[in-house]
Design a protein around this ligand. Structure first.
Ligand SMILES: Nc1ncnc2c1ncn2[C@@H]1O[C@H](COP(=O)(O)OP(=O)(O)O)[C@@H](O)[C@H]1O
Ligand SMILES: [Mg+2]
Length: 499
């Protein structure tokens, strides 16, 4: 059974039950107020029998009773009776006096032709003075006294009060009221039902459709339900699930793409030196290298190519291990000032060889401690400075290394005045195999892995690496490392670092 039908049934059920309740209440109410059923009439009677008249009515009744006992003929005096009746009228009561089977006086208050028949028979013992009666739907309470006139004929005096005046109103209005009530109930139910369907069923259908779409592999849609209720929360959760799914699918595709690209790059980069080596070896075999000088030249080229290949495979191996998080980092406190000193010292001969001047803007503090993996950090610096050397095109070659410590990090900047990197290439230089110049076989030769490795290493240090460059002017590569703080805060003493 669908929720829609369940809802419809429960609403109809509620409607029927409430209608029944209304009908029941209305009939009880009607019965109670009109006194149609004995039990209810009895209930009223008990109350009115004890207390049928108002206080004023009661005192008038006592006066009349006194008259009936002491001077009964006075009760034939119409003027006197009218006088009493007038007083009673203010109390919504009336007077009735009878003589044998005739009426002497009937108050105009009642205007009830059947009043005479409804009254109780004579009871001169006056055993029941107070009681009630009803004529049709009208209900009366009274106090009466039966007596003898002087001539021995029977007479009776009644003070009568009509009760439940609104019984009439209720009886007249009840059908209209009931119809209106039923109408309101039905309309309210329809509105409620529609509201609930709209806020529950519709979103459910939307969710189902979305799930179907996901099943069919379509994640390119947006599910947005602007509601704050449980349905809204559910579809919010659903939407974030869809987004995550989409992200992971995209990531998967990206990985797949990367893998293909990697394989094609590797095969390309390996094929070139292998083809060269093959060519030179064939030359030797075919006797092209017929002089010892030629032979030596060929062998040297073959050796150089093999060295290139070895380097490439090494870099590839390191990169892939870094990429797979398979290289453990061994972090230790390193004095970055001393460390850079050592790196520059190591490169001094290469630099002098190529006529490159190096400026080392040491920070005035002799010691800035960072947490680093010494060996990998060295690899990073060598890769960056290696690039500066490789892509140098000015006669006045310059490299500048500077250090910028902040409270909890230190930034290393390595700037050269080489050929610079085109703006469109700049965002990609840290990608593996990326080389700004189109030809992979250019004189500068390289795998395009140097900066990718550097970036992997710096990321492994929780640091960041970025570049700035002006084509033709030079390039700056920056990286940050986390600073190790001494207990006392800034470290100013010039103790030996422990690297
Ligand atoms: N100092 C630099 N000056 C000019 N270009 C640079 C510099 N450093 C990096 N590049 C550019 O970024 C590319 C990627 O560098 P890298 O990852 O080290 O690869 P490779 O040096 O093997 O080409 C280089 O090919 C080069 O185009
Ligand atoms: Mg490089």
């Amino acid at each position: 059974m669908s929720i829609r039908i369940k809802l419809l049934l429960s609403y109809t059920g509620m409607l029927v039950i409430s209608l029944l309740m209304i009908v029941l209440t209305a009939s009880l109410f009607t019965i109670a107020s009109t006194g149609d059923v004995h039990s209810f009439r009895d209930f009223y009677k008990v109350h009115y029998q004890i207390n049928p008249l108002t206080e004023q009515g009661e005192s008038i009744f006592l006066d009349l009773k006194y008259l009936a006992k002491n001077d009964p003929d006075e009760l034939q005096n119409k003027a006197l009776l009218r006088d009493y009746d007038f007083k009673l009228r203010a109390e919504k009561s009336g007077l009735y006096v009878r003589h044998e089977s005739d009426q002497i006086y009937e108050s105009l208050t009642f205007n009830q032709p059947e009043l005479k028949q409804a009254l109780p028979p004579y009871d001169l013992g006056n055993s029941k003075i107070r009681s009630t009666f009803n004529i049709g739907a009208r209900f009366y309470a009274y106090a009466k006294f039966d007596f003898m006139f002087k001539d021995g004929t029977k007479g009776g005096v009644f003070v009568i009060r009509e009760r439940s005046p609104f019984a009439e109103v209720v009886r007249n209005l009840l059908p209209i009221l009931s119809i209106m009530l039923v109408g309101v109930l039905v309309i309210a139910n329809i509105l409620l039902y529609r509201w609930l369907t709209r806020s529950v069923i519709k979103p459910l259908h939307l969710l189902r459709d979305s799930a179907e779409r996901i099943k069919d592999g379509n994640l390119q849609f947006e599910l947005d339900l602007h509601s704050k209720d449980e349905m809204g929360q559910l579809s919010g959760a659903f939407e974030s699930m869809r987004q995550r799914l989409q992200e992971s699918v995209q990531l998967q595709l990206q990985y797949e793409e990367n893998r293909k690209e990697l394989i094609s790059n590797i095969s390309h980069d390996l094929r070139t030196p292998i083809t060269n080596i093959k060519g030179y070896i064939e030359g030797i075999r075919d006797g092209v290298a017929d002089t010892p000088e030629k032979m030596e030249k060929y062998v040297n080229i073959i050796y150089a190519k093999a060295v290139d290949m070895d380097k490439l495979v090494d870099e590839l191996f390191l990169y892939s291990k870094l990429d797979l998080n398979q290289v453990p980092f061994t972090f230790e406190p390193v004095n970055i000032v001393r460390f850079l000193d050592d790196c520059i010292e190591e490169l001094r001969y290469d630099l002098e060889d190529q006529g490159v001047g190096i400026t080392w803007n040491q920070h005035e503090a002799g010691e800035v401690l960072v947490i680093a993996d010494l060996e990998k950090l060295k690899r990073t610096v060598l890769n960056i400075i290696g690039n500066s050397l490789k892509y140098m095109d000015k006669p006045q070659k310059e490299i500048r290394v500077s250090l910028m410590p902040t409270a909890d990090t230190v930034t290393v900047e390595i700037t050269d005045n080489g050929r610079g990197i085109p703006q469109d290439a700049l965002p990609h230089i840290f990608e593996r195999f990326y080389r700004a110049e189109s030809s992979r076989n250019s004189a500068t030769g390289g795998s395009g892995l140097g900066l990718a490795i550097a970036s992997q290493i710096i990321e492994g240090h929780d640091g960041s690496i970025w570049s700035a460059s002006q084509e033709g002017e030079g390039t700056s590569i920056f990286f940050t490392l986390k600073r190790l703080m001494n207990e006392g805060g800034m470290e100013q003493d010039d103790t030996n670092s422990n690297h």
